[in-house]
Design a protein around this ligand. Structure first.
Ligand code: CA
Length: 403
């Protein structure tokens, strides 16, 4: 029986060449908490936590104390021990993002121990490749700040704030058409900056893309229900795949209102946690598409349970992915086992979120990058997550080691 000897958190961080922003905040760095679980016989499994890396890392020693010395293969027992250990103060948020990193590392370890990919240990795969959609279109440079300042000036000075939009945001239209030229069949546009400027941008992007490329919207909960419904109705004729995080995640009643009030399918769930959190989303029919993040919702163990629940409720599931190649590899393992729902000769396939925004060590942590070819990503066959970790790269980007 392989016993857990050590659990460590590697805090990785890198500055960006240019800060970027989404609806409610901005960043000038990319960071990640990478979790390494090592057995007494020297095998290592790797996982990742989404969210503030140092805060995630600070919780890892608490989980390590529960697990060190135990059977490394008892994944379900460890999940429950960790969840129950912090349950009273940690049913959502950082307690779960940190737990997710440990759970993913335990699955990687389990696969490496048996010499099998996670997808085989989870019941076998339905697919060996997945179509990716491009995530990007963050606001960059100071152009968007200039726009916001000029809009405010116009608003209070009697001018037309929306006349300024397109000349300032043309670089986003160019970015999306670039993804189509690269071979992606779909891309996601960041909105949530103001209804009228968003409508103008969406129309400009759709016109530049033409009708054959999928276009989804992500407001990063920048709206309330009134604004989200107005936007959804205004762009209903633009063939939008889904409207992601229209409103704040802790207000499911507003989600329900947005679903009822406008015709675009509503997506969300990247900041929802565990089967119990998604139970509320599903029973209230708050979303058409749920997007659990494996590195947040409770790891691969919990993501599989949530996927099975979504099937029972007839709700589509498209995992959220926004980390390094480790999180991407974990997502690919889940993609392999997502059942067609419903089965048919040519079923609706899950699509892979493929973040194209700047990330200095996204692929560098892997010995071989997980790249797309013409918008398609192959699901690795190797043991565990199916990827080898470049431990020298981990050390190069590391700013703190915990445990
Ligand atoms: Ca999102």
């Amino acid at each position: 029986m392989p016993r857990i000897a050590r659990i460590r958190a590697h805090v990785l961080e890198a500055p960006l060449s240019e800060p970027f922003a989404w609806s409610f905040t901005e960043t000038s760095t990319r960071g990640s908490c990478v979790v390494e679980v090592t057995t007494e016989d020297g095998l290592s499994g790797w996982g990742e936590c989404i969210g503030p890396a140092r805060l995630n890392a600070a919780l890892i020693p608490a989980y390590a104390r529960m697990l060190v010395g135990q059977d490394a293969l008892a994944v379900d027992r460890h999940w429950l021990a960790m969840y129950n250990g912090l349950r009273d103060q940690g049913m959502k948020g950082l307690a779960l993002t940190a737990l997710s990193g440990v759970d993913v590392a335990l699955w990687d370890l389990r696969g490496r121990h048996w010499g099998e990919p996670v997808w085989r240990l989870m019941g076998g795969r339905f697919r060996d490749r997945v179509a990716a959609y491009a995530t990007g279109t963050y606001r960059r440079g100071d152009g968007w700040r200039t726009l916001e300042a000029r809009r405010t000036e116009a608003r209070f000075g009697g001018g037309d704030p929306d006349a300024l939009t397109l000349e300032t945001l043309q670089y986003l239209v160019d970015e999306v058409t670039g993804y189509a030229a690269e071979g992606f069949r779909a891309a996601k546009l960041k909105i949530g900056f103001g209804v009228d400027q968003d409508i103008a941008l969406i129309r400009a992007v759709r016109e530049a893309l033409g009708p054959r490329i999928g276009l989804m919207l992500d407001a990063n909960h920048g709206y309330d229900a009134i604004d989200a419904i107005r936007l959804g109705r205004a762009v209903a004729d633009q063939d939008i795949g889904w409207f992601e995080e229209p409103v704040v995640p802790d207000d499911l009643d507003s989600y329900v209102e947005v679903r009822r009030g406008q015709p675009i399918p509503v997506a969300g769930g990247e900041t929802e946690f565990t089967r119990w959190g998604f139970r509320e989303v599903l029973t209230r029919r708050a979303m058409d598409i749920v997007q659990p993040d494996i590195c947040a919702c409770g790891g691969l163990s919990e993501a599989k349970k949530i996927a099975d629940m979504a099937t029972a409720f007839g709700v589509r599931l498209v995992p959220h992915v926004w980390g390094t190649g480790i999180g991407l590899a974990a997502a690919l393992q889940l993609h392999a086992v997502l059942p067609p729902s419903p089965p048919r000769h040519d079923p609706t396939e899950p699509v892979l979120e493929f973040d194209r925004s700047e990330h200095p060590f996204r692929q560098a942590v892997l010995a071989a990058p997980l790249e797309h070819q013409h918008g398609v990503v192959h699901i690795p066959d190797g043991p565990g997550l199916g990827v080898e970790i470049d431990v020298e790269a981990i050390a190069r980007w590391r700013v703190e080691l915990v445990g």
